[in-house]
Design a protein around this ligand. Sequence first.
Ligand code: GCV
Length: 615
Amino acid sequence: MLRAGGAGLPGGIGPEGYVIRSTTVDGRPATVIAGQTDRAVLYGAFHLLRLVQTRQPVTGLDIASAPKVKVRVLNHWDNLDRNVERGYAGDSLWDWHKLPGWQDPRYVDYARANASLGVNGTVLNNVNAKADSLTAPYIAKAAALADTFRPYGIRVYLSARFSAPIEIGALKTSDPLDPAVRAFWKAKADEIYRAIPDFGGFLVKANSEGQPGPQDYGRTHADGANMLAEAVGPHGGIVMWRAFVYSAEQPEDRVKQAANEFVPLDGTFAPNVIVQVKNGPLDFQPREPFHPLFGATPKTPLMLEVQLTKEYLGFATHLAYLGPMWEEVLAADTWRRGRGSTVARVVEGRVFPQALTGMAGVANIGTDRNWSGSHFDQANWYAFGRMAWDPDARARDIAEDWVRMTFSNDPAFVAPAVGMMMGSREAVVNYMTPLGLTHLMATGHHYGPGPWVDNLERADWTPVYYHRAAADGIGFDRTKTGSDAVGQYAPEAAKALLADERHLLWFRHLPWDHRVRSGRTLWDELVVRYDLGVSQVGEMQRTWASLAPYVDPERHAEQAAFLAIQRQEAQWWRDASVAYFRTFARRPLPAGHAEPPESLEHYRSLSFPYAPGHD
Ligand code: GCV
């Protein structure tokens, strides 16, 4: 392997792009991996290894690859006590107490694994941040991690608590326009960069779910972001400012609030700020339409945030390969600059040219021996990296590479395993939230069904706010007659979303006897979908059982047990949801579909105070 000084590399390959070429050196066949930097060559080396591991030809190579997105980061929702918010894979990998003195060897494995996927950054601490992360002892700990990650091309970022100037800076305010506050952040950035010269920058959750922010002082998100941008800018740092905001007073349909807040700020952010937007406008549900902010801010770069950890898709026990979900959102057409203005192209900065581009994945990584809580959850980490490198990559191709590298290259294994993965997320949609229903999970931990919950602190945390089931029908009217959330999309995109039955009850409130595409009534279709989801899991169980000859007994047995849990919980979701919704629908179940075995009261009475993933 050798590193070229740029000569012979295709134009525009950039600092992370590489070529892999079959050639001859001194008359002997050789493979050259070349790029402008060490990390580019490292990425190329991993690409070559992938070809070897997936049994692709390694002669006659002429490959050039460069990332289409600059900032490809994991977001760890890891707390300093090692609890991971929405984490289902053990404790946080970061052993803060022993850092910087002790570096767990897994830090190197973590960095190497990420480099093999093209991930080039990691935000170490939870967006629900503690100011302690910005104190000198914790900066030293973060610096130790940064030293370990650096050879693998991975930069360290920190979530910043907006009220840090008060909490650790002895100031009386965190007002972003206050000169003392600005001086605090400048000095803090200087201090961090002395310890971590290639520090990536800050991630901020502000004025969201109780977090402090600039609005506490009557300032805008742009005022807050720009203040931090000013502090890290001279060092080459960036600010990733989250758009996951909704007002404490809930004057408006929650899914409209982020766009209402951020569209008017377009053009007011500093050039080193990128706004981080979840894939959908609600909160990482099994299915949501794409976030209306994509394409709606021509002058503001937006990065896509997806959730690898399956807070709303069955934790680590349910098999749900998320590649198809991310492909669905990336391929969605925003129509903001005519046909083909897909979310992928917005994120790549090609619909409206952007110098700064990014993708963030909420990590599903912890101290579990298999890293992610289940073997198949590793595929979501893997797919995130590959899609952040190339948002146009296909979920199926990525699944196939992963299956081959993780289990077996035998075609008798690969095809069924990939098929099972590709259908898995849709199964979850069917048994949890079919036909555009959303946010029906139990309170707090989000484990299991809770469609009946109607008594939380705020209405827009309750499932009843989202499904609106009543005697006259079900669904949230987001057309003109309702909240008009659909009006936040370009007209062509709005038309496509309204015509898409997968989003039916996201956008409309419809009578129980409404005829859907299948010709069934809405009520019958709901029941059919719930049962379909359960049977799809049964199908996955059968597929997995048939694959035993190709997998070591230990991994096979664990996955078989997890699928059995998933099957049981899918049935629970179905039974509880049917028992609940029929109290409004007041109709018989369609022929051949079984009555829920227990009463609604039974499902309502189930309680899981120790479910994992709490904050
Ligand atoms: C980190 C959801 C989750 C929270 C999470 C929040 C966010 O509401 O339930 O745990 O907080 O999203 O993305 O900030």
